[in-house]
Design a binder for this molecule. Structure first.
Ligand SMILES: Cc1cc2nc3c(=O)[nH]c(=O)nc-3n(C[C@H](O)[C@H](O)[C@H](O)COP(=O)(O)O)c2cc1C
Length: 370
């Protein structure tokens, strides 16, 4: 393990957000909010990570106020008095522990199946009714549906600001609704929301602009996006740096302050001919603050598990390479998921050189982690 952890522990500022260090907790769905309300256990869970010293917590995906936003049981909502009161307790606890926190605002799109909470009769909604290319499984969104969801994201961001969150992350990654619009595989519309990338990203741009309108100029908006989809790890929205630049610029112009480039392994080069990872390219192309993510602090065993296809070779996820990339100014912030899920004190232990004390992540233990 590197002795020079310098870049991890430098402060970072963007707009009204002042972070004590460069490490964020990645958003991780937990299904531990019965009645879709974050309860005191949820408060304690986030508080523990804030006490463990992470600069920023990004909450688990929390759903905006649309009948089809939710896709899983016991996921916390981000609307309604009870759920927002629960989130306010989370915010206050994290702030008391010296941390900062963004909610991850989420609509699952076609991942939703009938039978799901809150109204089992509501199907999934998606740009072309597809969760995977070519197979219509749910409702094709009308323009009115699109505007309803845009408004729901904006309202959620306004509520986030009102109850004291430090910014918002919009979940535009991994094959959920916003990404279903981005990805031509699941967006086969022939109106202004489909076709070219400029059209496919119109939905996200409208969401970002509507949020900005509600939260004002200083409240940070982060957009999480990914090339990979749950439905297809090898999918790519952008095949070249030129395509990536064309994708990012209108989103930045719409009001994105931080791009969170979701990759499964932070050390993997994104395009041939350069060692830069996806976040590195985003920073190079936009100049905006950028967050990377993917298998930080994991041992080989579980890199090969969740988020890996079996045929892929497993490489070293050492922290040295992370430090080197941050020293090179490749990206500004790093999100850590499973390592922090397993061990709330992960960052303290890394800082104190007690890597041997870190509890290794076991996929089997996911349900037991608080
Ligand atoms: C249990 C679990 C739940 C997750 N839920 C979400 C989620 O709600 N939203 C999201 O954007 N990513 C989610 N992810 C992906 C993580 O945010 C992260 O990108 C991924 O785990 C890779 O980071 P890591 O290797 O540090 O764990 C989840 C990952 C795990 C393991």
């Amino acid at each position: 393990m590197s002795m020079n952890l310098g870049p991890l522990f430098e402060p970072f500022e963007v707009k009204s957000l002042k972070l004590a260090n460069r490490v964020a907790m990645a958003p991780m769905t937990r299904n531990f909010s019965p009645g879709n309300v974050p309860n005191d256990d949820v408060v304690a869970y986030y508080k523990r990570r804030a006490e463990g010293g992470v600069g920023l917590i990004i909450t688990e995906g929390t759903t905006v106020n649309h009948p089809a936003a939710n896709g899983y049981e016991n996921v916390p909502f981000f609307h309604g008095e009870k759920a927002l009161a629960g989130w306010k307790k989370v915010v206050d606890a994290v702030h008391e522990a010296g941390g900062k926190i963004f909610p991850q605002l989420w609509h699952v799109g076609a991942v939703r199946k009938e039978g799901m909470e809150p109204d089992p009769s509501v199907p999934g909604y998606a740009p072309s009714g597809m969760n995977r290319p070519g197979k219509v499984v749910c409702k094709v969104m009308t323009k009115e549906d699109i505007q309803d969801v845009v408004r729901a994201f904006a309202d959620a961001a306004a509520d986030a600001k009102a109850i004291g969150f430090d910014g918002v992350e919009v979940h535009g990654a991994h094959g959920y609704l916003i990404d279903q619009f981005f990805w031509e595989g699941t967006n086969q519309r022939d109106d202004e929301y489909g076709g070219s990338m400029a059209n496919r990203q119109r939905f996200a741009i409208e969401i970002i602009k509507a949020i900005r309108e509600k939260v004002g100029p200083d409240f940070p908006i982060m957009l999480r996006f990914s090339q990979w989809k749950m439905q297809d790890y090898d999918a790519k929205l952008c095949q070249t740096p030129e395509e990536l630049e064309a994708f990012l610029k209108p989103l930045a112009d719409a009001g994105v302050d931080i791009f969170h480039a979701s990759t499964r392994r932070f050390w993997e080069p994104e395009f041939e001919g350069s060692n830069l990872n996806l976040a590195g390219w985003v920073k190079k192309l936009t100049g905006l603050p950028t967050m990377s993510v993917g298998s930080v602090g994991l041992t080989e065993d579980f890199i090969a598990g969740t988020f890996a296809s079996k045929k892929e070779a497993v490489e070293d996820a050492g922290i040295d390479e992370l430090i080197e990339r941050m020293n090179n100014d490749e990206f500004d912030l790093i999100a850590v998921g499973r390592a922090l899920l397993q061990d709330p004190e992960w960052l303290v232990k890394v800082k104190e050189g007690r890597a041997d004390d870190v509890e290794p992540f076991r996929k089997a233990s996911l349900g037991e982690l608080y």
